[in-house]
Design a protein around this ligand. Structure first.
Ligand code: KIV
Length: 271
C-alpha cells in the first residue's frame, strides 16, 4: 500500500528519463551507514559503494586489495541508510576478470546478499560479453571507462586518458561496446571534456563523469575527497566542498584539552 510519505526510489528508468529531460544526475560514494544516510537525505540520486573503499577506507595505495566479502559487508551497512537513491556497487578487482561466469556469479552474489540496485565494472570491449551475460540475467550494470584504476599497473600512472587521437577513438569504441552490451549507464573517468561531450551525445544511456568535464549527464565524486576528509591525494578534478579533516582535528584537540583540564564532563553531562 502506498502512503503519502512514500519516497520514490531512483531506478535505471529514472536515470534514463533524467538524461532525456536534460536533468543532471548527482552521484557520490559511501562506505558506511552514517554517510549514506546523510547523502540520501540531502537528495543525492546515486550512491556508489566504490572500490575506492580500498584507498579511502582501508588506506591502500590502489583499489586492487579490496575483496568481494569486504564490498558486501560495506554495502549492507550503506543500504540501511538509503531510502531514495539508487545503490550501485563496484565489482572489485579479480571478481570478474577471471571469466564471464565468475563475473556473473559475483554480480549475482552482490544482488542476492545486499539491497543493491546495480553493479559497476571497469572496461570496454574486453568486458562487453561479461556485461551482456549479467544484464541478460536482469542485473543492471553501470560501465566505467577512461581511467580505470583496477588497471593501474597496466597504465603505469593515474594520468588523463584519451589525449591522443588513437586513445580517444579506443575510448569511444569502448563506450559504444558498453552500451551495446546492455549497460544502463557509464562512468567516464579522467578524459578530455570534448571526448566526454561526444560520448554523451552519441550514447542513449546516461554518462556520469569524474574528471570528464561538465557535458556529462551527471557527475560523481569520492565523498571523502569532496568533503576534505581524505587528503593523502588531491586530484585537480575534485572540488572541496568542506574541509572536514580540519574540523575533526579541531574538535578532537578541543576534546583532549577538556579531558586534560577536567572541563569534560560537566555536572549536566554526569549522572
Ligand atoms: O571506486 C570509485 O569510487 C569509483 C568512482 C571514482 C567512480 O569508481
Amino acid at each position: 500500500m502506498s502512503t503519502e510519505k512514500e519516497i520514490k526510489r531512483v531506478t535505471t528508468k529514472t536515470l534514463a528519463l533524467m538524461k532525456k529531460k536534460g536533468v543532471k544526475i548527482s552521484s557520490l560514494t559511501a562506505y558506511d551507514y552514517m554517510t549514506a544516510k546523510i547523502l540520501d537525505e540531502a537528495g543525492i540520486d546515486v550512491i556508489l559503494v566504490g572500490d575506492s573503499l580500498a584507498n579511502v577506507f582501508q588506506g591502500n595505495d590502489t583499489t586492487l586489495p579490496v575483496t568481494m566479502d569486504e564490498m558486501i559487508y560495506h554495502t549492507k551497512a550503506v543500504a540501511k541508510g538509503i531510502s531514495r537513491a539508487m545503490l550501485v556497487v563496484d565489482l572489485p578487482f579479480m571478481s570478474y576478470q577471471l571469466s564471464i561466469d565468475e563475473g556473473f556469479r559475483n554480480a549475482g552474489r552482490i544482488m542476492k546478499e545486499t539491497s543493491a540496485g546495480a553493479v559497476k565494472l571497469e572496461g570496454g570491449i574486453r568486458v562487453a560479453d561479461t556485461i551482456k551475460k549479467i544484464t541478460d540475467a536482469g542485473i543492471p550494470v553501470m560501465g566505467h571507462i577512461g581511467l580505470t584504476p583496477q588497471s593501474i599497473y597496466q597504465f603505469g600512472s593515474y594520468r588523463e586518458r584519451g589525449k591522443t587521437e588513437e586513445e580517444a577513438e579506443e575510448i569511444f569504441r569502448d563506450a559504444k561496446a558498453v552500451e551495446e552490451a546492455g549497460a544502463f549507464s557509464i562512468v567516464l573517468e579522467k578524459i578530455p571534456a570534448s571526448l566526454a561531450k561526444k560520448i554523451t551525445s552519441e550514447l542513449k544511456i546516461p554518462t556520469i563523469g569524474i574528471g570528464a568535464g561538465v557535458h556529462c549527464d551527471g557527475q560523481i565524486l569520492v565523498s571523502p575527497d569532496m568533503l576534505g576528509l581524505y587528503v593523502d591525494f588531491r586530484p585537480r578534478f575534485v572540488r572541496h566542498y568542506a574541509e572536514l579533516n580540519k574540523e575533526i582535528s579541531e574538535a578532537v584537540k578541543k576534546y583532549i584539552e577538556d579531558v586534560k583540564e577536567t572541563k569534560f564532563p560537566s555536572k549536566e553531562e554526569s549522572y
